[in-house]
Write a protein that binds this ligand. Structure first.
Ligand SMILES: Cc1cc2nc3c(=O)[nH]c(=O)nc-3n(C[C@H](O)[C@H](O)[C@H](O)COP(=O)(O)O)c2cc1C
Length: 166
């Protein structure tokens, strides 16, 4: 093997070692974080979700359900949805939005539903059913009654949940 041939071979191997791992790295999914609305009960969760996305280095956009009409959903691969039970499950801006049959077909959806105590299962069932009807792919879901949970537990639950999005 002459020197030039060895040099070229070495360069090819070197390039392969650099390029193959780079190509194998999948780009960050385009994430939209959706919450019901801003109120005293949702605000701590919104802060926890923002903190968790940032901690994992995941870029994201966010919107309250009522703002989604004007949002181009084709820009996102993943929806991270936090719904809370309100008024014995009579009120849910996220449910209202899903009833409009938004263009979520094929999107990966992570659904996180909380309630102080009552009607958690009802909202969870409503949102899961509507997502499936819309052709979304709920890949992970958590429902949590928060009556006896403290701040640290809720923060840890959100972090564990967001950790699965990567
Ligand atoms: C207007 C309003 C109505 C609510 N109604 C209910 C309810 O009917 N049942 C329930 O279990 N929790 C209810 N909650 C509590 C929220 O679901 C709960 O606070 C939320 O899921 C966040 O959990 P956290 O209390 O741990 O912060 C209500 C909250 C608000 C703001």
């Amino acid at each position: 093997m002459n020197g030039m041939y060895r040099f070229r071979l070495g360069m090819i191997v070197l390039l392969a070692l650099i390029i193959v791992p780079l190509a194998a790295q999948s780009p960050s999914p385009r994430i939209l974080f959706v919450y019901d609305e801003v109120n005293e009960q949702t605000e701590p969760y919104i802060a926890r979700f923002r903190g968790a996305f940032t901690a994992y280095g995941l870029p994201f956009d966010e919107a309250a359900a009522g703002e989604l009409k004007s949002r181009d959903l084709s820009r996102y691969d993943v929806l991270v949805v936090h719904g809370i039970v309100q008024a014995f499950n009579a009120k849910s801006p996220i449910r209202d939005w899903l009833k409009t049959k938004p263009a979520v077909t094929g999107k990966r959806v992570y659904l996180f539903v909380t309630a102080n105590r009552w009607f958690l299962d009802n909202l969870f069932r409503d949102l899961t059913g509507l997502l499936e009807k819309s052709g979304a792919k709920p890949v992970d879901a958590v429902s949590m009654a928060t009556k006896d949970t403290d701040d640290a537990t809720e923060k840890a639950a959100v972090e564990a949940f967001v950790g699965k999005v990567r």
